[in-house]
Design a protein. Structure first.
Length: 373
C-alpha cells in the first residue's frame, strides 16, 4: 500500500514539474533567439548613421533672475530644445494606433524610455544646474524632440570698468556629456534667423535692457575624453545694457552738485578763513560719507571703474580747494589782499574747467581707449 502511494506521488510530482521545465526551456530558447535589434544595449548606443549624430539645439529664455557683479555669475531660466533622428525608434502608426509617442515628466523619460538621448550639461556652471520638466516626442519616422526646462547659475567674465554705463555679454555654454565632435555635433536650429533665439514675452529685468539674444555652435578642447579631443558646444549669448539712471541719480548728479557748491568759497571774503575751511571740510566729509554708503551698492572689484574715477576726482578737487583757502588766508595775513582776490578770481573758472575736463577725459578713456582685461 505504501509503495503504491509513493509510486503515484512520484508520478504526480513529475507531472507538475514537466510544464514548468518546458516553460523555462522555451523561455531560455526565446531569450537566446532575441536579435541584437531587440536588446536594450542596441537602443542605448548611438544611432547608426553616417558620420556624427547631428543634434539641433534651440533655447527660449524665460528670465535672468540675478546678476552678481562681484561673483561674476548670473542665474537664468529657460527651455532647452534638442532634436535628432534615430531610425531605431521609427514605428508603424497603423500598428500602434498613434502618430507620435510622448514621454512626459522625468519618471516616464527616465524610467520608461530606453533609447539614446544627448545628455546636455552646462560647461560654465557655478553651483546650480537643475531641470524641472521634460517632454520627449518621438515621431513615427524616428524624429526625436526633447524639451527641458533649465534653471542654472553660470560663471562669466564681466567687464565693469564702465560701471554704471557698462554693457555685458552673458554666455551659457552647453555640451553633450561624454561624446567628442566625431560622435555628436550640436547645430543651431535652422528655423532661427542668424541664431537669434526666442524670448518670453513676460521677460523683465529691473536694472538691465536685453538688447540681443542669439546662439552659436563651436568646438571646445577637452582632455576629459582623451588627449587631443574636442567636444561640440552650443552657446547662448545674451547682450545686456545696464539701466544707469539709479546710480546716476544716487551718486553722480548729487556729487556734482556737492562739488560745485564747495566752490562758493571763492566768492567769500578772504579774511573769513575759518568759514571757508568749514565749507570745504563739510564737502570732503560728505564725499567720504557717500563712499561709505556706496560700499554696499558698488561692486567690490580690484580694478578701477568709471564710478571710482568719478568719486576719486571729486574728492581730490575738494581737497585742493582746502589748499587754496590756506593760501588765500596766508596772503591776507601778509597784507596781500589784492593777490588773494586775484587767486580767488582765477579759481572761479579754473576749478570747473579742471574738474569737468578730468571727468570728460575719464569718460573718453573708458569708452574709446580701454584695453581688454
Amino acid at each position: 500500500m505504501q509503495k503504491s502511494f509513493g509510486f503515484f506521488l512520484a508520478i504526480f510530482i513529475a507531472a507538475i514539474s514537466f510544464p514548468t521545465a518546458a516553460v523555462a526551456l522555451a523561455t531560455s530558447e526565446t531569450e537566446l533567439s532575441i536579435s541584437p535589434e531587440q536588446s536594450n544595449e542596441f537602443y542605448n548606443a548611438l544611432p547608426q548613421v553616417e558620420g556624427p549624430v547631428i543634434v539641433t539645439a534651440s533655447f527660449e529664455l524665460r528670465d535672468i533672475n540675478d546678476i552678481d557683479d562681484e561673483a561674476e555669475t548670473f542665474e537664468f531660466t529657460g527651455v532647452l530644445k534638442l532634436s535628432w533622428h534615430d531610425p531605431r525608434q521609427a514605428f508603424n502608426p497603423a500598428t500602434k494606433g498613434i502618430e507620435e509617442k510622448m514621454y512626459q515628466g522625468h519618471f516616464q523619460f527616465n524610467e520608461i524610455y530606453t533609447g539614446w538621448f544627448p545628455q546636455v550639461v552646462l560647461v560654465n556652471e557655478s553651483g546650480m544646474y537643475e531641470k524641472h520638466g521634460a517632454l520627449l516626442r518621438v515621431g513615427s519616422d524616428g524624429s526625436m524632440t526633447l524639451f527641458e526646462t533649465v534653471d542654472a547659475v553660470a560663471k562669466v567674465d564681466l567687464d565693469l570698468r564702465r560701471y554704471p554705463l557698462d554693457s555685458q555679454r552673458l554666455d551659457a555654454v552647453f555640451e553633450v556629456l561624454g561624446f567628442d565632435s566625431n560622435e555628436v555635433v550640436l547645430r543651431v536650429e535652422s528655423d532661427t534667423d542668424d541664431g537669434v533665439l526666442n524670448l518670453d514675452q513676460l521677460f523683465r529685468m529691473p536694472q538691465w535692457y536685453l538688447t540681443k539674444i542669439n546662439s552659436s555652435t563651436g568646438i571646445r578642447n577637452t582632455q576629459l575624453i582623451g588627449n587631443g579631443t574636442a567636444t561640440s558646444k552650443f552657446v547662448v549669448s545674451m547682450n545686456l545694457q545696464r539701466r544707469s539712471f539709479f546710480i546716476v541719480r544716487l551718486v553722480l548728479l548729487p556729487m556734482i552738485f556737492i562739488v560745485m557748491l564747495s566752490w562758493v568759497v571763492f566768492w567769500m571774503d578772504t579774511s573769513s578763513l575759518g568759514d571757508r575751511l568749514s565749507v570745504s571740510f563739510i564737502g570732503i566729509l560728505t564725499v567720504v560719507s557717500y563712499q561709505i554708503l556706496l560700499g554696499e551698492t558698488l561692486p567690490r572689484i580690484a580694478y578701477l571703474t568709471l564710478t571710482n574715477g568719478f568719486m576719486t576726482t571729486s574728492f581730490f578737487i575738494m581737497c585742493i580747494s582746502v589748499v587754496v583757502n590756506l593760501r588765500v588766508g596766508n596772503l591776507d595775513r601778509r597784507g596781500l589782499v589784492e593777490e588773494g582776490d586775484r587767486l580767488d578770481r582765477r579759481c572761479r573758472w579754473m576749478f570747473p574747467t579742471i574738474y569737468f575736463g578730468i571727468l570728460l577725459f575719464i569718460f573718453w578713456l573708458s569708452f574709446f581707449y580701454l584695453p581688454p582685461l
